[in-house]
Design a protein around this ligand. Structure first.
Ligand SMILES: *Cc1c(COP(=O)(O)O)cnc(C)c1O
Length: 370
């Protein structure tokens, strides 16, 4: 029977995919009767934030009856100072995901084409459709963001291009030479959005910021969710010329960055030593995991992030299910259209060793039963 609400939602909304998050740790514990769970599924930072951020957030709770500073003066000034830019180049979001949505609301019109790689961050597609724009998904080129494919799909209807660099879920990063050649070929009215959620982990770390002064619209997205270990506070930021942040500010909810998040992010930003330690620890785990996965016969994409995309002989669904039975959560590649791959976030060294041992065990048992 047709519900009286059936036609109420806009048709663009009715077709939007619902985000399916990874299972919460507690739910997996209950279902499997396990006491310890290792979550390597959501690219979270296993070492957590700077201890100074935790102190700052505790202090901020004492003032929680007040609205936050809607202009985020202190944090934007600190970020601006580090980048050598005035504060009006910065815009904060409730996670950089919210900024992806602000970009769509401010700049995408119905029927315009928005280009993006596939697989990449799923929100690019969702926000395009939200505005009635048309997402055009270009397959990655050997795990790399498809610069040639993107260029070949530019038409008069193209409004924007999302560049996820390093790319999630493959972990690959684009070189300065390739990016410069790419940008030079993009017509200068097209909006280029560099999503650099993982760039702190990247040794190449060539940023879209290099193009900020060109006469073309550029937005660079960064986040406190990954290298800074603050995924739970939801704070991301955009860097762009003031004409662009001005447009986005008009669609921003006034108090979109909460007071605890602002305090935690500022303290984390200022603790540069802690960030460096995290980056170093992650690089060690990256070497360990890449090496061990290769030894186990997996094919991997070279990663510059805190996760790795690895291909196996077995189905990734059964592999991830068997890992789950051993209390380890990873992301099956089937979600991204790669049925034989897993995306594995790096944990602490102890967690990574447990993962590798579990994987070894599973692969041995599988080879005996074949
Ligand atoms: C994790 C991630 C983000 C960050 O999202 P937040 O909303 O800031 O937590 C953005 N882009 C990509 C590609 C990511 O993987």
């Amino acid at each position: 029977m047709q519900s009286i609400f059936g036609e109420l939602a806009r048709k663009e909304i009715r077709n939007l995919p619902l985000y399916v998050p990874g299972k919460p740790i507690d739910e997996v514990k209950r279902e499997l009767g396990l006491s310890e769970i290792i979550k390597l599924a959501s690219n979270e930072n296993p070492w957590g934030p700077s201890p100074q951020a935790i102190v700052a957030m505790r202090d901020a709770v004492g003032e929680i009856h007040r609205y936050p500073d809607a202009g985020a003066f202190t944090l934007k000034s600190a970020l601006g100072e580090s980048y050598g830019l005035s504060s009006d180049h910065l815009l904060l979001g409730n996670g950089s995901e919210e900024i992806v949505q602000m970009i769509a609301k401010a700049f995408f019109r119905p029927e315009e084409e928005i280009l993006m790689g596939k697989p990449s961050f799923p929100r690019y597609e969702t926000v395009s459709r939200l505005m009635g724009a048309i997402p055009i998904e270009i397959p990655l080129e050997e795990g790399y963001y498809p610069l040639q494919g993107l260029l070949s799909r530019i038409t008069e209807k193209t409004r924007a291009i999302f560049l996820c660099n390093p790319n999630n879920p493959t972990g690959t990063v684009l070189s300065e030479i390739d990016l410069r050649a790419f940008v030079a070929q993009v017509p200068p009215h097209i909006l280029l959005i560099f999503d650099e959620a993982y760039i702190e982990f990247s040794e190449l770390n060539f940023s879209g910021l290099a193009f900020l002064e060109e006469r073309r619209p550029i937005i660079v997205l960064r986040t406190f969710s990954k290298a800074f270990g603050l995924a739970g506070i939801r704070l991301g930021y955009a860097i762009a010329r003031p004409e662009l942040t001005d447009a986005m500010n008009r669609v921003r909810e006034p108090f979109n960055s909460n007071a605890v998040a602002l305090a935690g992010a500022l303290a984390a930003w200022q603790d540069k030593n802690y960030l460096q330690e995290t980056i170093q620890k992650n690089a060690e785990e990256r070497r360990y995991m890449s090496g061990r996965l290769l030894q186990l016969g997996a094919r991997i994409y070279p990663t510059e992030t805190n996760f790795i995309f690895a291909f196996f002989e077995n189905s990734s669904i059964s592999l991830s299910q068997k890992l789950l039975e051993r209390g380890i959560i990873v992301r099956p590649g089937a979600v991204f259209g790669f049925p034989a791959a897993l995306r594995i976030t790096f944990g602490t060294h102890e967690e990574n060793e447990k993962f590798i041992h579990a994987l070894e065990e599973i692969m041995e048992m599988d080879s005996m039963s074949n």
